[in-house]
Design a protein around this ligand. Structure first.
Ligand code: NAI
Length: 720
């Protein structure tokens, strides 16, 4: 008898092979919720009461094998839920433990993606076969959500691969492997090309193994590489916490530390005790604040952003096919690569054929590396490159359905290139500019169809950066916005949508971070403390080092243009204390940044050596140093407060866009869950954040004064 509401379907054949089909009727994907755990316990009970049982095959009727933990449930768990979270983690582990000790062979037929809990189920099987399907991913990415695998994943990978490989190849980075890579790293035993082949292989394994034990249940089993008391490992292990500290640079990510501790401690005890060790470290993370922030950002906000919450829903989806990229410099070359990667045909135009060829050569260089690593074949490389046609002749752009402009940051030049091509490309072609600072409304004045004109702000290096900021100009139509959104999804990047304004959202807000760092130099604070504060706040780049990379002339140019625009409109420029420091660095000391050989740092042959000692000499502190915590929070608050102003001014229209854009685009620390989630998650929530902003305003300047909308939100007990 089969329970139709159960997430696990029982199918038994005449040979006593039971196939457990994971197929939650209540959800589009299988997740590890209470109903699943109940069903798993009942199923294991039934298996052990089935005398004719010869073996078990676990597979799924969904596209993904198993989606993993129930993140909604997990993100609701607070410190008061610790006991329940621990008990749930132990329950699932006990059920899986009973499965692997049934004495009968259990095979995982992994028909699609198996991440997190999905792989943990498979790890409790004696044999794992993965369907080599395109897009399938296998791994334990819990660390990227501030968690650790709490369904036995730490215990089993350590016993299977050894402490070192489990940590480096699976647990600490949360790598997501294609099936062939999972095979290479020992996470699965074999691959199958089709579902039929997978089933045949699973049955063959069952037939050949009347009884089956996990390697760690075989008498005399030793963990590969040994335990922490093994001399070689004892010599290497102390490097792990040290390396971790170095990598994290003081940033508050608790998951890697707990993973390391769980791996080491669980390797020294029997399997059942090991599960309790893992559950304890899991519970600490699951009930703490960081995992909640990261789950909100990387799961819920990411889903909202990518599913099109900011896309006009009335416009049907439309795919691009042939894209004209204008300008084959750093950005144009990267955009051409990313579009060609998604199968689009590209016309890459520059002023000379040589410049256009150079832009195409950038793709060839990236592809060469992939061929050398065995990621793609020489034929795939050739087919990829054949999609990019370099040209210096505008006439070649005939028939393009999309234009992406990436010429120099100069409004007159941008007007000129659009005028040159607007009648050559398809009459309804989407017209995009990759400007990083110029108002879209201003650029749209140069085209005859402003409704089809939109900003498409890529980040450098384009092939690595996952975000694209879509900027809707005052005259941009719904159709153009929807098409731009679809294009970004088509090239498998993440789109956020903002309204036109100087610096849009990302460039404007990162400007606050840079300004605040520089202002602290102006106050004579210790430059290495300023850099360390950025690192410990969790920023991927230190503030002065980042400015040197960007070149100090760039923020000054942007500021001067913004100032001119404000003054021309009759307003008065408020300015920022950081501005005077940039001026002195450029005008008095001639230190424009790395490309000029001197900036906040000193350089030898383009390599950063040390902070420029002149900073301490020329920017002298009168009075005591300020608390280190204040340095960190000045950077974080400056960006959060400006993001709130972006919401007030309608530059941002969605909280999810703000959170995702800040993490993926401008390096706002991921542990916060993004720039607005930082306000929610601050001790005391928005009210605590508001009180602290007021303190910072008193100590460091009015720019920290909380906006009225924030004060109102805090008073009403609301959240972003
Ligand atoms: P780049 O200087 O590397 O490349 C500009 C290219 O445009 C050059 O190859 C130049 O020959 C070409 N060009 C000039 N006039 C042209 C014309 N009439 N027709 C065709 N091509 C022409 O500049 P980059 O860094 O690639 O920047 C391009 C645009 O992207 C700028 O608007 C910039 O603000 C924006 N951007 C830059 C980012 C960065 O990190 N560099 C990030 C995001 C946007």
């Amino acid at each position: 008898m089969t329970d139709v509401s159960s997430p696990i379907r029982w199918e038994q054949d005449q040979d006593g092979v039971v196939t457990l089909v994971l197929d939650d009727p209540a959800q589009s994907a299988n997740t590890m919720n209470a109903a699943f755990t109940d069903a798993l316990e009942a199923t294991v009970e039934r298996l052990s009461a089935t005398p004719e049982l010869t073996g078990v095959i676990i597979t799924s009727a969904k596209k993904t094998f198993f989606a993993g933990g129930d993140l909604k449930l997990l993100s609701a768990a607070g410190p008061a839920d610790a006991e329940r979270v621990f008990a749930d983690s132990m329950r699932i582990k006990r059920a899986l433990r009973r499965l692997e000790t049934l004495g009968k062979p259990v095979v995982a037929a992994i028909n699609g993606t198996a991440l997190g809990g999905g792989l943990e189920i498979a790890l409790a099987c004696h044999h794992r076969i993965a369907l080599d399907a395109p897009g399938s991913k296998i791994g334990l990415p819990e660390v990227t959500l501030g968690l650790l695998p709490g369904g036995g994943g730490v215990v089993r990978t350590v016993r299977m691969l050894g402490i070192t490989d489990a940590l480096l190849k699976v647990l600490l980075q949360g790598q997501q492997y294609r099936p062939a890579q999972a095979l290479e790293h020992g996470l699965v035993h074999e691959l199958a090309a089709t579902a039929e082949e997978m089933d045949a292989k699973a049955r063959a394994f069952v037939a050949a193994h009347p009884t089956s034990l996990q390697p760690w249940d075989v008498k005399g089993h030793r963990i590969p590489g040994g335990t922490p008391s093994t001399p070689a490992l004892a010599a290497n292990l102390p490097a792990f916490p040290a390396n971790l500290r170095k990598q994290l640079n003081g940033a508050p990510y608790p998951a890697p530390r707990n993973i390391l501790a769980a791996a080491v401690e669980s390797s020294q005890v029997d399997v059942d005790t090991a599960f309790a060790v893992e559950a304890r470290y899991f519970t600490e993370l699951a009930c703490g604040p960081t995992s909640k922030n990261m789950i909100k950002a990387f799961f819920f906000d990411m889903q909202a952003v990518n599913s099109g919450a900011s896309r006009p829903s009335s416009v049907p989806t439309r795919k691009a096919a042939k894209v004209a990229v204008l300008g084959a410099g750093m950005m144009g070359a990267g955009i051409a690569y990313s579009c060609a990667k998604a199968g689009l045909d590209i016309l890459l135009k520059d002023v000379t054929a040589e410049a256009a060829e150079r832009g195409k050569a950038y793709s060839a260089g990236l592809l060469d590396k992939q061929v050398a690593r065995g990621r793609i074949t020489a034929e795939e490389r050739a087919a990829f490159l054949a999609r990019i046609t370099p040209t210096a002749d505008a006439a070649d752009l005939a028939g393009c359905d999309t234009v992406i402009e990436a010429v120099f940051e100069n409004p007159e030049l941008k007007h000129k290139v659009f005028q040159e091509v607007q009648h050559v490309v398809a009459p309804d072609a989407l017209l995009c500019s990759n400007t990083s600072t110029l108002p879209i409304g201003l650029l749209a004045e140069g085209v005859e169809r402003p409704a089809d004109f939109i900003g498409l702000h890529f980040f450098s290096p384009v092939d690595k950066m996952p975000l694209v900021e879509i900027i809707r100009g005052p005259g941009t139509g719904d159709e153009a916005l929807a098409r731009a959104f679809d294009l970004v999804r088509q090239i498998r990047k993440t789109p956020i949508v903002v309204n036109d304004s100087r610096g849009f959202f990302t460039s404007r807000v990162i400007g606050q971070f840079l300004n605040e760092g520089v202002a602290m130099i102006g106050e004579g604070l210790d430059p290495s403390s300023v850099e360390q504060a950025a690192a410990q706040a969790g920023y991927p780049a230190k503030v002065l080092a980042l400015l040197d990379e960007l070149t100090l002339t760039l923020p000054r140019k942007i500021r001067n243009e913004a100032r001119r625009a404000v003054e021309e409109a009759g307003g008065s420029w408020t300015g920022h204390p950081g501005e005077a420091v940039l001026d002195r660095m450029l005008d008095e000391f001639d230190r424009p940044g790395r490309s000029g050989g001197a900036g906040f740092y000193e350089y030898v042959d383009g390599r950063r050596t040390r902070l420029w000692p002149g900073l301490r000499e020329h920017f002298v502190r009168e009075g005591a140093e300020i608390p280190f915590e204040d340095m960190k929070e000045r950077m974080l608050f400056s960006e959060a407060l400006d993001s709130i102003r972006c919401l007030d001014e309608d530059v941002l229209t969605s909280v999810a866009d703000a959170n995702i854009g800040s993490i993926l685009g401008i390096g706002f620390p991921a542990w916060t869950g993004g720039v607005l989630q930082y306000v929610n998650g601050y001790p005391g929530g928005p009210a605590g954040f508001t009180a602290r902003a007021r303190q910072l305003a008193t100590a460091y300047g009015e720019r920290f004064t909380p906006p009225a909308s924030l004060v109102a939100l805090a008073e009403s007990g609301g959240r972003y």
